[in-house]
Design a protein around this ligand. Structure first.
Ligand code: IMP
Ligand code: MG
Length: 182
């Protein structure tokens, strides 16, 4: 239990459901990358917790890199204008990149990131996202692995924040509207 629990209206994905799903995702990734070592590219900060659990669930070795992007605009809506706050530390030419995302909402961040990484001559680029919201399906972003399709509510926990809080909750929950002034 956490004092943060009081700010959550409803659990959307439980810690147990997340654990089970990560085992499934890891099995699919292991099978697809049987003869390659994926370079996990985590999108800071939201993907950190998912990526650390996913990397440990994979039975094969992987390498880790991180990028931080920011979309301009209000804290709970994506604007589509993306800028790099932190770039990769290494050259990714010839590498098999697996982008690790916490959630795909409009898909704008991811579609921008895919183009950006594809321009660096990797051997391949795929995406694994823990969560996907309905609007994301409208955008033509090829997401190879998806954990859960969830309703169009603002959620926090397991890496996802509101104003930099709630990332440490072990489950994903819908934030009370009173918290973000809704
Ligand atoms: P997109 O560009 O609209 O797909 O937005 C993706 C990013 O917006 C995610 O990586 C999150 O950082 C953030 N985001 C979108 N929906 C939520 C949410 O429900 N809770 C917390 N962050 C979110
Ligand atoms: Mg994010």
């Amino acid at each position: 239990m956490s004092v943060l629990d009081d700010d959550i209206e409803a659990e959307v994905v439980s810690a147990e459901q997340i654990r089970t799903k990560i085992v499934e995702l890891a099995a699919a990734i292991d099978a697809d990358y049987a003869d390659r070592e994926p370079l996990l590219v985590g999108v800071l900060k939201g993907a950190v917790i998912f990526m650390s659990d996913l990397a440990r669930a994979l039975s094969r070795p992987s390498a880790m890199e991180f990028m931080a992007c920011s979309s301009y605009g209000a804290s709970n809506k994506s604007s589509g204008v993306v800028r790099i706050l932190k770039d990769l530390d290494r050259d990714v030419t010839g590498r098999d990149i697996l982008i690790v995302e916490d959630i795909i909402d409009s898909g704008l961040t991811l579609s921008w990131l895919l183009k950006n990484l594809q321009a660096r001559d990797p051997a391949s680029v795929e995406v694994v996202a823990l969560l996907r919201k309905p609007d994301a399906i409208k955008v033509q972003v090829p997401v190879r692995y998806v954990g859960f399709d969830i309703p169009n509510d603002f959620v926090v926990g397991y890496g996802l924040d509101y104003a930099e809080r709630y990332r440490d909750l072990p489950y994903i929950g819908r934030l009370k509207a009173s918290i973000y002034g809704g």
